[in-house]
Design a protein around this ligand. Sequence first.
Ligand code: MLT
Length: 251
Amino acid sequence: MSNDITILFLHGFPFNRSMWHGVVARLEGRVAARLIAGNLRGFDGRPIASPVTTMDDFADDIEPVDPRRLIVCGLSMGGYVALTLAARYSDNLAGLILCDTKVTADPPDVAASRQTLADELIRGEKTLADVAASMLPRLLSPATGDELAHEVAAVITSHDVSGIAAAARGMAVRHDSTSLLPKLKVPTLVVCGEDDAISPPDEMHAWANLIPNATFQTIPHAGHISPWEQPELVADAIADFVGQKIVTARG
Ligand code: MLT
């Protein structure tokens, strides 16, 4: 494989690039690709001015020099951004990896609760510690230890509320990507923690089947943040995908 391929790792909400460190460390020297995990806009601890960051705004911040040499790998909200990039660059991406994510838009009640959360955060009626406390029970597999739970909470509370509120509002208005799936010809890997309560394996497997060139893989002993919970297994899945699909497809 040509070593000018880049794999770009996009984190979920409300995390940051550190969620990918374990996977990236295990892929270094194993795949002939540059590995980049960045913080999305508003997820670096500094305040942002805009009240809404849409998935298109996040995608606008990523300007690939050559999409044909780019594999985009996104978890959950990062997956929404990856799908936005896949729609933009169509079959020109080298590969697409979707972890623990959804392809549908928010139902009205979920969209409304995101707007409420954003308003409460900005008004100071809710803190990021409250967000961590309400999210953590649904994020992790029962097999995941307390140490990771503390790490995740520390990342969530490291942010400025403005970035988190803006991303919550942006997710609430994101588009449904279901109709895009049958049109995707890019080699795609879909990864799901077997205990993912937010984007469950059955649901993910059903939409992965709509993508013509997709491989679906579950990750044992992992919940909604499978790359953070089981970095070894997710790195194995990515290394296999890059070795088999990208070499075969692109030479
Ligand atoms: C994530 O992990 O990014 C979130 O579950 C996304 C969402 O709230 O839809």
